[in-house]
Write a protein that binds this ligand. Structure first.
Ligand SMILES: [Zn+2]
Length: 266
């Protein structure tokens, strides 16, 4: 019976799993947006998701200790091949008015959402698909940064994703990024920052290095809400902070206006 209860990481309330599930894993006491898996995120946000490129799987090409084992473990636990799932889905305005989008959803539960060769390649491919078909791209980011077990190859994914996102811009294909907790390191510092619209869940952390590391380097105390969505909204790094339950409808506004603009001018 113990696993029927979950302790909120913010307010420490003990909440019934069924209530949390119903509330989309937002604490019923303090509104803290807790972790949800990529599969769950897709289920609550989009319609008719069709996964693409799922045959691309990670390789332990550096023979890094325990890497293969850990990939296998996370993969079995979450039912995904790596830290992102990509594909197409619809957002519904009214019955009969569905808008097609390209989707990428990262999962922090898979190796801390780290970006290695597979995550980079899948972002590249789904962005390419959006470019070819002129449909908006929506990515939910969640990451601790580059994947150390893939060394330099994981760092190269930063340049690769950035160059593909820039191609989207050249064709005026919109890219919306939704920051979820946490979005840090090489993911925050590459494609995420280039989105046309950056939305964040409340209190999500977005930044490059951690607060403690920065404090030690610059030898100054940083504000307590440093790197939170609210802090970043105030300072202009992101555009909106939106409750998880409203994100789908919020994105729909931009997606539908893009399609209306496209039908007028293209
Ligand atoms: Zn709470």
């Amino acid at each position: 019976m113990l696993d029927q209860w979950v302790k909120c990481e913010k307010c420490s309330s003990i909440i019934n799993k069924i209530d949390l599930e119903e509330n989309l894993w937002i604490c019923t006491k303090c509104n803290k947006h807790l972790y949800i898996s990529a599969r769950k995120r897709i289920e609550i946000t989009f319609l008719d998701f069709k996964e693409m490129y799922q045959d691309i799987k990670p390789l332990d090409f550096l023979n890094f200790e325990d890497y293969s084992k850990k990939i296998k473990m996370d993969s079995q636990k979450l039912g995904i091949e790596d830290a992102i799932i990509v594909g197409t889905a619809y957002l519904r305005e009214d019955i009969g008015k569905d808008y097609l989008i390209g989707v990428g959803v990262m999962d922090f539960g898979f190796r801390g959402g780290s970006m290695g060769s597979v995550v980079g390649q899948k972002i590249y491919l789904i962005a390419q698909y959006c470019y070819d078909n002129e449909i908006p791209l929506v990515i939910f980011s969640a990451s601790g940064g580059a994947r150390m077990q893939e060394g330099i190859v994981s760092l190269m994914q930063m340049a690769k994703t950035v160059s593909m996102i820039n191609r989207l811009k050249s064709r005026r294909v919109p890219f919306i990024n939704v920051v979820t907790n946490p979005t840090t390191g090489g993911v925050a510092a590459s494609f995420v920052g280039l989105a046309d619209i950056i939305i964040s869940e409340p209190e999500a952390i977005i930044g490059f290095a951690g607060q403690r590391v920065i404090e030690q380097t610059i030898k100054r105390k940083l504000p307590p809400n440093f790197q939170t969505a609210e802090f970043n909204l105030e300072n202009g790094l992101i555009d909106y902070v939106i409750d998880r339950r409203k994100i789908g409808t919020f994105i729909l506004k931009f997606v539908s206006s893009f399609y209306k603009w496209k039908s007028k001018y293209v």
